[in-house]
Design a binder for this molecule. Structure first.
Ligand SMILES: [Zn+2]
Ligand SMILES: [Zn+2]
Length: 579
């Protein structure tokens, strides 16, 4: 029941969001579009079962859902369709949702271009702008035409790339939708999202099905599908209304394990598996592992059985990149104690409304407690980060009082900390007498990103060598999609860190994911210890630690190498700033 309910919920919400967007494009009463947005959020957040709310006519009891919206939701729930959505799609140019994603193109401009030139898609727009026809439309001109072309180029460069958290959200919704098909036996998200890459180009799903074509029909019939890009036997690829691409492959239950392995590993990983099969007189084909002679199919209970049949240890999805994991699995040296989410016992690197966080100390603590954590470190910004509300000594001490008060109300241990700026000369932002009174110090760079490599390396080496124990926060300052890492000689800094009192942060904020796995491996090789951090600026973002765990696993980091797998006392002893 829960799978069906969840599918309905997400699919209904997606349709409501599309209606809101199209209403906005159409113009008219702005409150109507907003009502649909609110309705979508309310449906996504429903605690109860949508089916019974609809059946018992109780939708209007949900805050944010009025009578008109309730009727729409009931229609969507019962039929999987919405007459309002279909009318809007018919009224507006089909490519409208793509067009308004072009930077510099407002809804008004899209409408004007549609009326004047009949433009319905980004490719038509591009052709018109290149032909100089856009500048002739009233209210446009040469400058805007150029801006539109730049916007199209930027959009093409960015593509549909999703951050890992966006991919997870989309993947879960699609998985729930597919699981609701009576013909689906098992649904898995595969591809880059399962390997936990920092970015994901498209959501890929593998389904074990009673009837593969019926599952593919169910997939292409989802309300959020804007276009079916490809369809062939047992497979389909679609574009959703929000621009995300998704694909499904449906096979029989007996074919599911080889399909999972093929769709999860990188092409190079999979090619090596095929070569190993070959060497053992087997054939690993698209949907089966068979004996070369006699052609009998090897029955496979799960992926571990397939790896075992090839003489390999089980390779976790995060390691299936052909970066030496197959050789290690053959030699039996693949780690069996890779970090897992359940190993993390404390949430590190959390901001509150003292600096630029959204919630209070107590709210963050309760959030951590609800997640079953044993401790949480409160680490707001230091004075130099004034734009982020960095704390003066006075305000830091006031926060200590607040922490003490919150501690009386919760069981989770509250630790006093800071995210101290690494200043331009490599010093930290508070004097030692303050740092020594803290439980944990995260040291991060927040300004002067553009120093040259020599200067930046010197700055970081100096910071690493400070006698105070510190966690090197979001080490290279990159944003996955938008900001390159700082220029420095990373290995030289890691050498200094390894010789000093430092742990390396694995920042789980999905936009950062810093350091990235290739550098984490270098840190690990030097015997450095790690901290999985949330860099949470809200209670909800405490969940970020999961993405940190994913990066750690990709880097082959073991439970015993991560300090916040320790209990509160051992963690405190390990990170105490004073010697
Ligand atoms: Zn920071
Ligand atoms: Zn931070």
């Amino acid at each position: 029941m829960t799978a069906t309910a969840a599918a309905d919920r997400f699919a209904v919400a997606a349709a409501l969001r599309e209606i809101a967007l199209l209403l906005e494009v159409k113009g008219g009463n702005p409150y109507r579009a907003r009502a649909y947005q609110r309705g979508a959020a309310a449906v996504e957040a429903l605690a109860g079962d949508l089916a019974s709310l609809v059946a018992e006519d109780r939708l209007t009891q949900v805050p944010g859902i009025g009578a008109a919206l309730a009727a729409q939701i009931a229609e969507l729930h019962r039929t999987g369709r919405s007459s309002t959505l279909e009318r809007l799609r018919a009224e507006l140019p089909p490519g409208i949702l793509d067009l308004i994603r072009v930077p510099g193109l407002s809804v008004d401009r899209v409408t004007a271009l549609h009326r004047a030139l009949g433009i319905r898609s980004v490719s038509e727009l591009k052709a018109a702008a290149e032909a100089g026809r856009v500048r002739e439309v009233k209210g446009f001109g040469e400058k805007i035409e150029k801006k539109i072309l730049d916007g199209i180029a930027a959009l093409a460069a960015r593509g549909q790339t999703l951050l890992l958290n966006e991919a997870d959200r989309a993947g879960e919704a699609l998985q729930a939708w597919l699981a609701a098909s009576p013909h689906a036996l098992r649904v898995d998200v595969v591809g880059a999202a399962r390997r936990r890459g920092e970015t994901v180009e498209q959501i890929e799903l593998a389904v074990a099905a009673r009837d593969a074509e019926a599952v593919v029909d169910h997939f292409v019939g989802m309300p959020p599908v804007a276009a079916v890009v490809e369809r062939e036997a047992g497979r389909a690829r679609v574009r959703l209304a929000d621009g995300i691409h998704a694909s499904v492959e449906a096979v029989t239950l007996a074919e599911h394990v080889p399909t999972l392995v093929r769709l999860t590993g990188s092409p190079a990983h999979y090619a090596k598996l095929q070569a190993r099969a070959e060497a053992q007189g087997l054939v690993l084909s698209e949907r089966a592992l068979t004996a070369r002679r006699g052609r009998s199919t090897v029955a496979l209970r799960d992926e571990a059985a397939l790896y075992a049949r090839l003489g390999l240890q089980y390779v976790p999805p995060e390691l299936r990149e052909d970066e030496g994991e197959i050789e290690a699995a053959a030699a039996g040296t693949l780690p069996t104690d890779l970090l897992e989410e359940a190993d993390v016992r404390g949430l590190v690197h959390c901001h509150t409304h003292y600096s630029d966080g959204k919630h209070s100390v107590e709210e963050m603590a309760r959030g951590a407690e609800e997640m079953g954590m044993k401790y949480i470190t409160i680490t707001d910004h230091s004075p130099t980060a004034h734009y982020a509300g960095g704390l003066t000594e006075d305000r830091l001490k006031r926060q200590w009082d607040d922490i003490a008060r919150a501690q009386e109300k919760v069981k989770v241990r509250l630790l006093r900390g800071t995210e101290s700026d690494i200043l331009a000369d490599g010093a930290l932002d508070y004097p030692d007498r303050i740092l020594e009174q803290l439980d944990v110090v995260i040291a991060s760079i927040h300004n002067r990103y553009k120093m040259d490599e020599d200067e930046m390396t010197r700055r970081l080496v100096r910071a690493m060598r400070l006698p105070v124990f510190k966690v090197w926060g979001h080490a290279l300052g990159r944003y996955v999609r938008t900001r390159p890492p700082i220029a420095c000689r990373v290995e030289e800094v890691l050498d200094a860190a390894a010789a000093s009192r430092v742990a390396v942060e694995i920042n789980g904020e999905p936009r950062r994911l810093d350091m990235e796995p290739r550098w984490l491996r270098k840190a690990r090789a030097r015997g450095l210890r790690f901290v999985i951090s949330t860099d949470a600026h809200s209670v909800r973002a405490l969940q970020n630690f999961r993405y940190g765990v994913s990066m750690a696993r990709r880097a082959g980091i073991r439970k015993g190498e991560v300090l916040n797998t320790l209990g509160p006392d051992a963690f405190l002893a390990a990170v105490r700033p004073a010697q």
